[in-house]
Design a protein around this ligand. Structure first.
Ligand SMILES: C[S@@+](CC[C@H](N)C(=O)[O-])C[C@H]1O[C@@H](n2cnc3c(N)ncnc32)[C@H](O)[C@@H]1O
Length: 292
């Protein structure tokens, strides 16, 4: 089961209270949602979103006891502002967005998020629509693939990797995560002790398949208007492209200091204790902005 990251810090920052209205834009396994519902009992309400219908189904089961105070949508956090406004739900007392993927998704061998398994090249959070990683590898030109690997994976050897991947696709020799990771490793060589060379390529493809950075841009533009005065938006991110976007957006908002206060000029990071007990939390950074 996914272990929620920075959960103590989330609760301290949001300080959920009875009667409050909260949005969890990335429900995942429901760890944050459950903690917020507990902390806001007896009558705080939580509105949850996730693009992964399987996560939604599991989380609905997990949160059965809260069903009178919990509503959820199979939709993106980037769509949440318009959906909540159209349903007439008023302004909110706090918003959390825990980006990326859950351990449940990473460890699901059908999903193709990890190069540790032999899986189909899917990588979609929402398996009900859109193009899989396999489709993208087919449809993109070599130059487009190179740009994705370079921009979203920050991989200096993107040109060589893109060339080898396109060759393999043409020869029908690339349809599993294992083959993808082998081709990348062969293209760039593997240095001992470094992260696996396929890590950046997996990250790049996942970002492209799920349009993650555009969704984050839209979320950052639209979600703040849902906040009540003195309430907060917390974003937890796991790689530098996301963190840079959150940091620069919050910094620009903070210039309007009558309206916004940047609570975290430096991001909050997991404690040593947390990274020891949950190594996947290592890369997490949390940034918070408050509506004035
Ligand atoms: C790190 S997990 C969240 C874990 C959660 N905080 C918990 O405690 O269980 C991220 C979740 O965000 C979902 N997700 C990714 N992009 C999304 C988007 N644009 N809108 C909504 N959910 C999204 C993923 O499907 C995944 O379930």
């Amino acid at each position: 089961m996914h272990q929620p990251v920075l959960i103590k810090e989330i609760l301290q920052t949001l300080a959920p209270h009875s009667g409050g209205l909260y949005l969890d834009g990335c429900l995942g396994a429901g760890g944050y949602a459950e903690a917020i519902l507990n902390a806001s009992s007896p009558d705080g309400q939580l509105f949850g979103f996730d693009v992964d219908s399987e996560s939604i189904e599991r989380t609905e089961q997990r949160l059965q006891t809260f069903r009178k105070r919990f509503r959820f949508w199979h939709a993106g956090y980037h769509e949440a502002a318009s959906i909540l406004e159209s349903t007439g739900i008023g302004k909110l007392d706090g918003i959390v967005i825990d980006l990326g993927l859950s351990s449940d998704q990473l460890e699901d061998q059908e999903r193709g998020f990890s190069f540790k398994f032999q899986s189909p090249l899917d990588m979609r959070f929402d398996r009900t629509k859109g193009k899989s990683a396999q489709d993208l590898l087919h449809d993109l030109s070599e130059v487009e693939l190179e740009q994705i690997i370079s921009n979203y994976g920050e991989e200096p050897r993107a040109a060589k990797i893109a060339r080898r991947l396109k060759e393999a696709i043409k020869n029908g020799a690339l349809d599993s995560t294992e083959q993808l990771s082998e081709i990348v490793a062969k293209s760039v060589g593997r240095k001992r002790g470094r992260i696996h060379p396929a890590t950046r390529v997996f990250q790049a493809l996942r970002i492209a398949v799920n349009d993650e950075l555009n969704n984050l841009k839209r979320g950052l533009e639209e979600l703040p208007r849902l906040l009540k005065t003195n309430s907060r938006l917390c974003i937890v991110s796991y790689h530098s492209l996301e963190d840079r976007l959150v940091k620069s957006t919050f910094r620009d908002m903070g210039r309007n200091f009558h309206k916004w206060h940047v609570v975290t000029p430096r991001p909050l990071r997991p404690s040593l204790e947390e990274t020891r007990s949950n190594p996947r939390s290592r890369s997490a950074k949390m940034r918070v902005i408050e509506a004035l």
